[in-house]
Ligand binder design. Structure first.
Ligand SMILES: O=C(O)CCC(=O)C(=O)O
Length: 279
């Protein structure tokens, strides 16, 4: 059984008393936090309407090969992590180009509305004891991407994985400024599917191999043996957890509405004074 003290469910208006959340997750005292209503409902409706109409403006890439059950997943922008199609992650030049474009496309997406990048940055700041938060900047006036947008249509999820990548080429510059020993994962739900799309986490399996079978194929007993917990945040909510430590997956979405998230990773700077986030 998961000790309920390892999970927090907070309203955006109540973060003042929770400035230790990032440190508690890094220190493995806390497994997962959900922050409710980081993006307000009216802005979400408009962002989703614009995404429906204009998502072609973004650079869209598939993530998984055609033979994968998750082949239909689409990613807007380029993600600093391995994928089914790019097991060593994107090439640096490709990533940088995509990062610049994603940032601009996202600013357009949020024009006249609260900006998603800022909303994530200020939420992470409140949870990290007033550390500065920001995207890792690079010397040549380029920067990492703030996030990617991931689209999970019916039947698609994210297979089991841990976001621990000790020698990913796209991390080379980041490793010089950030402590990646515990990389955090976060995402903000833009749309939730009618069914499915939960995040499943093996809460007692720190640093263990990810399971090889999808959660839909597991019996009750097998689920219990894996110590599995599910999280199903609502649109506008942000979740944060140590994705490099605990095996996790996204269960397949069901129904006509695709699951959409704006998400990425985070880690403290080597000097401890900044919390970087990137996608
Ligand atoms: O829901 C998502 O966008 C992906 C979740 C995930 O697998 C992660 O954050 O590592």
């Amino acid at each position: 059984m998961l000790d309920e003290k390892r999970v927090l469910d907070l309203d955006i208006a109540a973060l003042d008393a929770h400035a230790d959340v990032v440190d508690r997750i890094l220190g493995d005292d806390l497994l997962h936090v959900t922050v409710r209503s980081v993006c307000d409902p009216a802005s979400l409706v408009e962002i989703n309407r614009r995404l429906d109409r204009e998502h072609g403006r973004f650079e869209v890439s598939p993530v998984h090969p055609p033979e994968s059950p998750d082949h239909g997943v689409q990613q807007l922008g380029s993600m600093a992590c391995p994928t089914g199609l790019q097991p060593r992650g994107p090439a640096w030049e490709t990533y940088l180009r995509a990062a610049a474009r994603f940032r601009e496309d996202c600013a357009n997406l949020c024009e006249g509305l609260p900006d998603l990048e800022n909303a994530v940055g200020s939420t992470l700041k409140a949870l990290s004891g007033g550390r500065r938060t920001g995207i890792p900047e690079l010397e040549e006036a380029a920067s990492y991407s703030p996030a990617t947008i991931r689209i999970f249509p019916a039947g698609c999820g994210a297979p089991w994985h841990r976001d621990a990548y000790p020698d990913l080429p796209v991390h080379a510059q980041l490793r010089e400024i950030a402590d990646l020993s515990v990389q955090l994962s976060w995402y903000l739900i833009l749309t939730a599917p009618e069914k499915g799309g939960s995040l499943a986490v093996c809460f007692n399996r720190a640093d263990a191999e990810a399971p090889s079978v999808s959660t839909e194929a597991l019996s009750r007993d097998e689920e219990e043996q894996l110590d599995l917990v599910r999280f199903a945040p609502r649109p506008g909510d942000l979740v944060l957890f140590a994705g490099s430590r605990y095996p996790h997956c996204v269960e397949p979405s069901h129904g006509p509405r695709a699951r959409r998230t704006f998400g990425g990773f985070a880690a403290p700077a080597l000097d401890g004074e900044t919390l970087y986030f990137w996608g």
